[in-house]
Design a protein around this ligand. Structure first.
Ligand SMILES: Nc1nc2c(ncn2[C@@H]2O[C@H](COP(=O)(O)OP(=O)(O)OP(=O)(O)O)[C@@H](O)[C@H]2O)c(=O)[nH]1
Ligand SMILES: [Mg+2]
Length: 614
């Protein structure tokens, strides 16, 4: 048995999916969170099992964008090797019934048994909406069940309906009579939905005023952007100071571990492998976990509160001028975590060139893998003091790096507009602004847990192996008898580094940086692990001091500039290739990003040297 969840964006399908199956898929208070189908197994209280398919949100089966096509194709059985589901759970936002009912009228034509769910009934009740779901059910000829996906017991009524339904056996599916609705059909269906709402819903005299009141301030053309900037600013300040004690603790932990290994394991290759290779390498990356989690704590809170959709609205004008589709905001926002989900989220964009542009610029957003590199260099070169009356200088520089990422996204998109010779469109962003909601603690906790898991899994796989490779390369061949220089100078790593170094010398990069950049293609954080191994220092504080000592400020700034642009992530490139549908675009991304990285690092280095930072 297979049941598909279908409904408008942001009506709570994924929340419902999680509640039914115990899954932990991403939910967020904005449209377009889910862009792919996802399957899970639900068990009813009486022990019946069935699969549930979570689908991207859509207002109509008249699909416009790749994510909506997924929903249409699943329902109409147009996906290869996949059978049509046995039943549709039509999810509607109880506070916005009209659209939901219109979609149901379309879904009924598909010919499958339907159960309609009035989700977010808690919010509807809180606002004083009274929905006569029994009368609605009688008129629609399908069960209509109120539910609250995010509260315990919020699905009781659903289970009470589903169990007997399954016991009795579902109706045979009828052949689909769905056809692409014309604008006229849509209008007729909308009027019918309007009639149903007027007949069966008693609305409070006052509509939701809290959201409207907040929006009057945060969407104000003058105050809005200032508030947005202020929020981001406070975020970076807070992240820097709150994460510090946790990072120190992790650092101390790894230093202690390294100390034990050095004490217990006799001096030699094994000791060096464990202490300088594994512990120093992985430790130097894991230490950044607190910072990543604090950054996401803010992002998740703002998402769940409903502010991010407002931020999209505020950015729409600026993004439009740069030639980005307003719907690119969410993909770009996701890219703060990692460009890969960001690139996938670009499926919500219907225009092909707009989508391609978004895919190509998404890797320029400051992903969380850059945080370790940025933080390390900032810690080594930017004094830890406050400026302008209480602002942390280090937080300020981090903010600047994020801003540089955003700015370069806009600039590249602007150029791409001319390359693709796209006509400029003034169509305003058709974005549903969700109502504000108190963030749900469970959502936030899940989101953080998932970020932590992804990060630690990377540390255990890609970063671990890259560290092993770097250690091997920097240890062998062993130095000859009576060698006078440090052992690493005789190693393969030194040979490789010195081979590449001339290309990077104009940027002020030494051969150690060159060595760390190569495995850094596997993942950006590996660069940090690589430096820790190449310089054979344990603990992050050790690395910080060493870099401050070994690099000039100009070199450090040039490395930062490099990391804003360089495509140092093979997985992202693979996803670009898949989502853009050809290797050509992947190479375009590689080419333009390396070119920008080289130019930016070169200019930064030269200017810094000219200003006396060499
Ligand atoms: N108060 C309340 N909030 C809910 C309920 N169901 C979902 N939410 C919240 O509504 C927001 C949207 O939920 P999602 O499950 O991501 O919505 P979706 O339909 O999957 O959205 P898309 O994947 O974008 O189509 C999230 O912030 C949820 O926490 C509910 O019954 N009550
Ligand atoms: Mg979803």
């Amino acid at each position: 048995m297979e049941v598909a969840l279908v409904g408008a964006p942001n009506c709570g399908k994924t929340a419902l999916f999680n509640a039914m199956t115990g899954a932990t898929a991403k939910v967020g208070n904005y449209s377009g969170v889910t862009v792919e189908r996802k399957v899970g197994i639900a068990t009813t209280p009486e022990g019946r099992k069935f699969s549930v398919i979570d689908l991207p949100g859509t207002h109509s089966l008249r699909a416009r964008s790749p994510d909506e096509e997924v929903t249409r194709d699943v329902l109409l059985g147009q996906r290869k090797g996949e059978r049509v589901p046995d039943m549709i759970l039509a999810v509607g936002d109880a506070t916005n019934l009209r659209g939901a009912l219109r979609l149901v009228s379309e879904l009924k034509k598909v010919g499958l048994p339907i159960v309609m769910i009035l989700n977010m009934i808690d919010i509807a009740r809180h606002r004083g909406l009274q929905i006569d779901h029994e009368a609605l059910s009688a008129e629609l000829g399908i069960p209509v069940i109120p539910a609250t996906a995010v509260r315990k017991g919020g699905l009781d009524l659903l289970w009470q309906t589903v169990d007997p339904l399954l016991k009795a056996g579902l109706a045979e599916p009828q052949p689909s009579s769905w056809e692409v609705p014309s604008t006229h059909d849509m209008r007729v269906a909308m009027r019918e939905a309007e009639r149903l709402v007027n007949a069966h819903v008693i609305r409070p005299p006052e509509p939701d005023t809290v959201s409207a009141k907040i929006d009057r301030v945060v969407l104000n053309p003058f105050a809005g952007p200032v508030i947005l900037l202020a929020i981001l600013f406070v975020m970076f300040q807070a992240v820097f100071s709150w994460a510090a004690p946790f990072m120190d603790a992790i650092d101390a932990g790894f230093t202690w571990l390294g100390g034990i290994v050095t004490a217990v394991v006799p001096e030699g290759l094994v000791q060096s492998f464990l202490a300088d290779g594994i512990i120093a390498g992985i430790g130097s990356v894991i230490i950044f976990l607190p910072q990543i989690l604090f950054t996401f704590l803010f992002i998740l809170l703002l998402e769940d509160f409903g502010y991010m959709a407002r931020a999209a609205f505020l950015m729409d004008r600026i993004m439009g001028r740069a030639g980005l589709n307003g719907r690119a905001f969410i993909p770009l926002l996701s890219s703060f975590a990692c460009a890969i989900p960001g690139i996938m989220a670009a499926r919500v964009i219907d225009n092909k060139h707009d989508r391609l542009t978004t895919i190509l610029v998404a890797p320029l957003m400051t992903c969380s893998a850059r945080i370790p590199v940025y933080t390390l260099i900032i810690a080594a070169f930017i004094p830890n003091r406050t400026v302008l009356g209480g602002l942390s200088l280090q937080g300020l520089v981090m903010f600047g790096l994020y801003a540089a990422g955003v700015f370069s996204v806009l600039a590249v998109a602007f150029v791409a507009r001319y390359v693709f010779a796209r006509e400029e469109r003034h169509a305003p962003l058709m974005l549903d602004l969700p109502d504000y909601k108190m963030p749900i603690l469970r959502n936030i906790a899940l989101g953080l847990y998932q970020r932590a898991r992804i990060f630690l899994r990377r540390a255990g796989t890609v970063i671990f192996w890259a560290t092993v490779v770097i250690w091997v390369l920097s240890t062998f061949p062993l130095p000859p008898e009576g060698a006078t220089e440090p052992a690493i100078n005789y190693s393969f790593a030194a040979m490789i580094g010195k081979f590449i170094a001339p290309v990077l010398a104009p940027l002020g990069f030494n051969w150690q940086i060159a060595v760390a950049l190569v495995p850094g293609m596997a993942a950006r954080e590996v660069m940090v692990a690589g430096l820790a191994t190449v310089y054979a220092v344990g603990g992050e504080s050790g690395l910080v001091h060493l870099l401050a000592d070994q690099w000039s400020l100009a070199t450090a700034l040039a490395v930062l500039a490099w990391f804003i642009f360089a495509p140092q992530c093979i997985s992202t490139l693979a996803v670009i290739r898949r989502e853009a549908g050809s290797a050509k675009w992947m190479w375009v991304a590689v080419g333009y990003m390396f070119a920008l990285a080289y130019i930016a690092a070169f200019l930064t280095y030269r200017i810094a040297v000219a200003l006396g930072a060499g």
